[in-house]
Write a protein that binds this ligand. Structure first.
Ligand code: TMP
Length: 210
């Protein structure tokens, strides 16, 4: 496909969504076509699945139901939004993708990573981001930030040890795939982080041109 696929990943409260928005605006300002989306969400059906996943009424949800729903939401988003945008040649920026499933459902819930990988192949057809920006902070800072803006959904209410496992998952993914996953410390100022991310993406786009 002609486009470039970039995902933003990280635990709760790392400022991912803000950074995804800022970099999209920056790239558009340079005349590039950008499609920005988020998971779970981005289509009517995926948004309905998001509601089901994050609602406090879903506290009884089985981990396997959770895994299947995140994948179902992703299938829909890929077909309706991501693939058409990549075929047009857009830069696609998504706030979360498959690595979140590995980190939350794999490391966090303890579902077998081989099973998650097999399901991912079915859901994504092997589509992987060209670059992943992994924003990292310690769990307590992240959760504090989210609580300060009153963000409390079903997964955020999990205890600290769950979120520690998720963070370990993300850091291990970054260690395994250093070429694709770029680790960025989210403790810096918003503008400093934005500049670092812009440098990573522009360097990638330059390499792709040559
Ligand atoms: P967010 O959009 O506020 O980050 O909320 C999405 C929540 O869903 C967040 O707690 C992470 C979680 N999540 C998973 O557990 N697995 C996944 O595959 C994805 C995409 C998100």
């Amino acid at each position: 496909m002609k486009g470039v696929f970039i995902s933003f990943e990280g635990i709760e409260g790392t400022g991912k969504s803000t950074q995804a928005r800022l970099i999209s605006e920056y790239l558009k300002g340079r005349g590039l076509s950008v499609t920005r989306t988020e998971e779970p969400g981005g289509t009517l059906i995926s948004l309905k699945i998001r509601e089901l996943l994050l609602s406090l009424d879903s506290r009884g949800m089985d981990p396997v139901t959770e895994l299947l729903l995140y994948n179902a939401s992703r299938v829909q988003l890929i077909h309706e939004v991501i693939t058409p945008a990549l075929e047009r040649g857009d830069i696609v920026i998504t706030d979360r993708f498959s690595d979140s499933t590995v980190a939350y459902q794999g490391y966090g819930r303890g579902i077998d990573l081989g099973l998650i990988d097999s399901l991912d192949r079915i859901s994504t057809g092997g589509l992987r981001p060209d670059i992943t920006i992994l924003l990292d902070t310690d769990v307590e800072t992240g959760l504090r930030r989210n609580r300060a803006v009153n963000k409390r959904d079903r997964l955020e209410l999990e205890d600290i040890s769950f979120h520690e496992k998720v963070r370990t998952g993300f850091l291990e993914i970054a260690e395994k795939e250093p070429e694709m996953v770029k680790l960025v410390n989210s403790a810096d100022k918003i503008e400093t982080i934005n500049k670092k991310i812009a440098d990573i993406i522009l360097a990638f786009l330059d390499r792709r041109k040559n």
